[in-house]
Design a protein. Structure first.
Length: 153
């Protein structure tokens, strides 16, 4: 039980939710304003003739569709700091693409955050390359290592 508490899963999730709340509120307001003035959500693409209200409703719907990306990025950032942003974003987009939804974003955020921490702790690089870890090395290696860990089972 102490090991689970040490992981601070709840804390990381709550941090990510604090990043999520402005997105939900802003997207909800866009949808409400757009539909309140007679607009309709156009799906993922606004084509042909449309009003500003259609565009607002569509933008709000598109923003709500990014919730798995935001939650995964927030969790990964909470765990790994700056090096966790790109892996969290990648796994969030993947969760969206495969239809894993919000829960997939949450699980992927934890996976990407802890994997980014593992890369930082266990990958030895020369002193001159340490500054490249959060911006180049971790985001570059993350997709390869996550695929490798999935295929080991």
């Amino acid at each position: 039980m102490n090991r689970i508490k040490k992981l601070n899963l709840k804390g990381h999730l709550l941090t990510a939710i604090s990043y999520l709340i402005p997105i939900v509120c802003g997207a909800g307001f866009l949808i409400a304003i757009g539909m309140g003035f007679g607009g309709t959500s156009q799906g993922t693409l606004v084509q042909g003739e449309f009003s500003i209200w259609d565009a607002l409703a569509t933008m709000g719907g598109a923003a709500l569709g990014l919730l798995p990306v935001v939650i995964a990025t927030g969790i990964s950032y909470s765990i790994a700091g700056k090096p966790g942003i790109a892996p969290g974003f990648i796994i969030g987009l993947t969760a969206n693409a495969i239809g894993a939804g919000f829960i997939g974003g949450i699980l992927g955020g934890f996976l990407s955050g802890y994997l980014a921490v593992a890369i930082i702790k266990h990958l030895k690089v020369p002193n001159w390359a340490r500054g490249l870890m959060p911006t180049l090395i971790v985001p570059f290696l993350y997709p390869f290592l996550s695929l490798r860990s999935r295929h080991k089972t």
